[in-house]
Design a protein around this ligand. Structure first.
Ligand SMILES: *Cc1c(COP(=O)(O)O)cnc(C)c1O
Length: 312
């Protein structure tokens, strides 16, 4: 369902970060984000065991991917989203032919309503906490490992990615193990106000945010999945938190530099490279997962840019 995305060396980002920066361009997926890898894999697995309808409560890229997967598998999809979901995301979900229900002020309310609608034969597709999903996300590392040989990278010294609920992190680490890159460290990036993973690592236990205050709503899980915290004990993971302003500025620069529109959720990971963050110091060759995101418009990104101003 997902496509094989390119792995490229970014001249501009390499110059900015003073080291080799490689990009895995997940923004090019048909739904605009990597989510289709995992959601497609999970939806297919549930369809094979008899699911007759897909249900989601994500007002973000997972909801868009569930709508897309439903159409690809000829299964009806129901997506319940809260009122806070952007007009762009609602359009995308409806455009893929899913039934869209708007209910509640928060994701928790929409999710509660969605769970109440589940009938026999429905498959609930979780946005980040499902082994089928991680297995699907891992495919991006299979591709990266094949591409690395072809483009002479051999292997990256570190991988930079964004963390919301931790599904991408779990999938990437599964992929790293699969291709024999289990010793490649992961730099896990969040924005201030969506930093549940960073706080949990500091506390040494799962921490729930009181509220998500970052504009990077795709990183806005109040609590990360248990598996992500387990992996933090098994794999070298460095946690970084950037500001909303840094994330927005990185997305704006990326739009100019690579002609790709991404959410600040993706800008957060890019900001580590654009800012040549100190965490990169030991790593001469870095791969950034440009995870994408289709819930913002260029206008919205420009408005945030104007609001936050330039500089750090
Ligand atoms: C979902 C998403 C994330 C975060 O992924 P998790 O699996 O929740 O950690 C980051 N960026 C974008 C664009 C997303 O859609």
């Amino acid at each position: 369902m997902h496509i094989r995305t390119p792995t490229i060396r970014s001249e501009i980002l390499s110059n900015a970060a003073k080291r080799d920066i490689w990009l895995k361009l997940e923004a090019l997926q048909p739904c605009g984000s990597f989510k289709l890898r995992g959601v497609g894999a999970a939806a297919r697995a549930y369809a094979q065991t008899g699911a007759r309808r897909l249900v989601s409560s994500s007002g973000g890229n997972a909801g868009i991917a569930v709508a897309y997967a439903g159409r690809e598998l000829s299964l009806p999809a129901l997506v319940v989203v809260p009122h806070s979901t952007t007009a762009r995301a609602r359009e995308r979900i409806a455009a893929h032919g899913a039934q869209l229900v708007v209910r509640g002020d928060t994701w928790a309310e929409a999710n509660g309503f969605a769970l109440g609608l589940i009938e026999r034969g429905d498959a609930f597709i979780h946005p980040f906490d499902d082994p089928f999903l991680w297995d699907g996300h891992a495919s991006m590392i299979d591709e990266a490992a094949q591409d690395a040989v072809r483009i002479g990278l051999e292997r990256p010294d570190a991988i930079v990615l964004s963390v919301g609920g931790g599904g991408l992190l779990c999938g990437v680490i599964e992929g790293l193990r699969r291709v024999g890159w289990e010793d490649v460290p992961v730099i896990a990036v969040e924005t201030e106000g969506a930093d549940a993973f960073a706080r949990s690592l500091t506390a040494g236990e799962s921490v729930a945010l009181g509220a998500v205050t970052s504009i990077a709503t795709s990183l806005g899980a109040r609590r990360v999945c248990v598996r992500a915290l387990q992996l933090a004990r098994e794999h070298a993971i460095h946690s970084v938190v950037v500001s909303d302003r840094q994330a927005v500025q990185a997305s704006l620069r990326f739009l100019d530099d690579h002609q790709l529109l991404t959410e600040p959720a993706c800008g957060a990971a890019l900001a580590v490279a654009y800012g040549n963050h100190a965490i990169l110091r030991p790593f001469p060759r870095v791969m950034v997962i440009a995870c994408g995101g289709a819930t913002v418009t260029a206008r919205q990104l420009l408005d945030w840019g104007a609001e936050f101003g330039t500089g750090d």
